[in-house]
Design a binder for this molecule. Sequence first.
Ligand SMILES: Oc1cc(-c2ccc(F)cc2)cc2nccnc12
Ligand SMILES: [Mg+2]
Length: 214
Amino acid sequence: LCQTKEQRILDFVLKNAVRGDPQSVIDNIDKYCSQREWSMNVGNEKGIILDNVVKESNPSTILELGTYCGYSAVRICRLLKPGVRFFTVEFNPAYAAVAKQIIEFAGLIDKVQVLEGSTGDIIPQLKKKYEVDTLDFVFVDHWKDKYKPDTQLLEKCNLLRKGSVVLADNVIVPGAPDFLEYVRNCGKYDCTNFPSFLEYMDEKDALEKAVFRG
Ligand SMILES: Oc1cc(-c2ccc(F)cc2)cc2nccnc12
Ligand SMILES: [Mg+2]
């Protein structure tokens, strides 16, 4: 009955992972996507870099652009202290439905708000509708052509403060050259590149960390 790849991933997690155990959810998604069907989760190699950047930032308010199946939401939220708020934006309703079930199964749904819609519509609502002051951490992992405009929109909406961390996936594959040029040259960010590999493949990819100077 699982018609979509995302439903098959969910089914594999529900069958093989341990309810309430985020690490087992992460491990089983990685197992399925490396052995059966490739999918665009950040994966374990880049995931370890993501873990380390999250740990050193110790964020209280986090925004993710691009939920997909919820793999990175589970990855990030498993590291957070109680009481933090994690907002994740997903444009595709079928992806959002799978992500909610995976996040719930991992036992993390109380920390997470899955916001369905376009980032261009939702980012301007964060302050008033979702009572966000500023964001401590942003994980950018949606459509590469939206990386730069959405980063500029975060600035325009005064959602970034001195030290806010913007971490972007896929800056080599599929690549976000205009975003890289912007954050590295506009003078508002301190940037660090973290070379790694495309999820479940041997191809080179990288994460870019851009810390807002305020
Ligand atoms: O991590 C990712 C990988 C890819 C992707 C697709 C096809 C390839 F051939 C290579 C890489 C697309 C993505 N879109 C949105 C968010 N993350 C993505
Ligand atoms: Mg990605």
